[in-house]
Design a protein around this ligand. Structure first.
Ligand code: NDP
Ligand code: GUE
Ligand code: MG
Length: 286
């Protein structure tokens, strides 16, 4: 079988358009545009591409882009002071700190300083706890964007055998929680997992976020399975590829996401979605 393509670029464009319509409506009613602050410390080249994409998406959707680039040698106290200022700013609905951060910065303390009601990455332990207790408030963008894509297949997740490869705070763990909340039966694999090939071969749905090009082999994929590739790897020739051996996997899967043009664009659209929720719809009382 040849897989149907889950076109993240197209689904994200659709989502961004519906967000824009909502923003236009709310602004016409006299509300503020949603304000998003992306804090970047230093000049990591990969982060620069990503932050630029967010800026463009913000502008196109009518958001107020209040991004801040700080020098590489910025201290922990300076970042904390900036977050305190943005927490208190009524024009700012969402705050994120682009990861990774330079060595002198402690990301956990930074993330906990962002007010949970403005934590549009969904990384604050409060929001992780909400997701884990089936009362989601602001859910991490990448896994939540994957859920939006999965809904487009029309396939019910309830009872599916789902395998998540990767167990990070950004991707694997919140992905596990999102799928569990829909009553998939979830197995989470990581660097200590034995016989990954066997685990993957039993999955009706596999989500991979590891950061190793082509590490999940196409021949492991069960016939007709849904394959979601979160990996973004830049090869020496400058091209991007995912963590799944795409050309082989697409001949076995029922649905598959490409890289680029899959999960990545959904992450950005979901960041806008979360920020719009904070601006207009979320009743957050923390
Ligand atoms: N499309 C998007 O929007 C996004 C894409 N990404 C991409 O997703 C990938 C993962 O990112 P991130 O989660 O931040 O990465 P991390 O490095 O934080 O986590 C990698 C995870 O993969 C696991 N792992 C490492 N080696 C193996 C192995 N051989 N077999 C199985 N599991 C393994 C690690 O296990 P352990 O826990 O044991 O260390 C860890 O849980 C990257 O390519 C990144 O660029 C990330 C965020 C958003
Ligand atoms: N606080 C924080 N939140 C994040 O959500 C976060 C982060 N830090 N640090 C880095 C990772 C990575 N990530 C990506 C998002 C979109 C694309 C994306 O748009 N990808 C395009 C291609 C982009 C390109 O051309 O390079 C695609 O896959 O089609 C990629 C990667 C979010 N992350
Ligand atoms: Mg994000």
């Amino acid at each position: 079988m040849t897989a149907k393509i889950l076109d993240g670029k197209a689904i994200a464009a659709e989502l961004r358009e519906s967000i824009k319509q909502e923003v236009d409506k709310q602004v016409a009613l006299g509300k503020k545009a949603p304000g998003l602050a992306v804090i970047m410390v230093g000049e990591d080249p990969a982060s620069q591409v990503y932050v630029r994409n967010k800026k463009i998406a913000c502008q196109k959707a009518g958001f107020n882009d209040v991004s801040v680039v700080l020098p590489t040698d910025t201290s922990q106290e300076e970042v904390l002071a900036l977050i305190d200022k943005l927490n208190a700013d009524d024009d700012v609905h969402g705050i994120i700190v682009q990861l990774p951060v330079p060595n002198q910065i402690d990301p956990e303390e930074i993330i906990e300083r962002i007010h949970p009601c403005k934590d549009v990455d969904g990384f604050h332990p409060y929001n992780v706890g909400r997701l884990a207790t089936r009362m989601p408030q602001l859910a991490p963008c990448t896994p939540h964007g994957v859920m939006t894509m999965l809904a487009k297949t029309g396939i019910p997740l309830r009872g599916l055998n789902a395998v998540v490869v990767g167990a990070s705070n950004i991707v694997g763990v919140p992905m596990m929680l999102e799928l569990l909340n829909e009553r998939a039966t979830v197995t989470v694999c990581h660097s200590a997992t034995k016989d990954l090939a066997k685990k993957v071969s039993e999955a009706d749905l596999v989500v991979v976020g590891v950061g190793i090009p082509n590490m999940v082999k196409g021949e492991w994929i069960k016939d007709g399975a849904i394959v979601i590739d979160v990996g973004i790897n830049r090869l020496d020739d400058g091209t991007l590829c995912g963590d799944v051996e795409y050309d082989v996997a697409k001949e076995k899967a029922g649905w598959i996401t490409p890289v680029p043009g899959g999960v990545g664009p959904m992450t950005i659209a979901t960041l806008l979605e979360n920020t719009m929720q904070v601006a207009y719809h979320l009743d957050c009382k923390v």
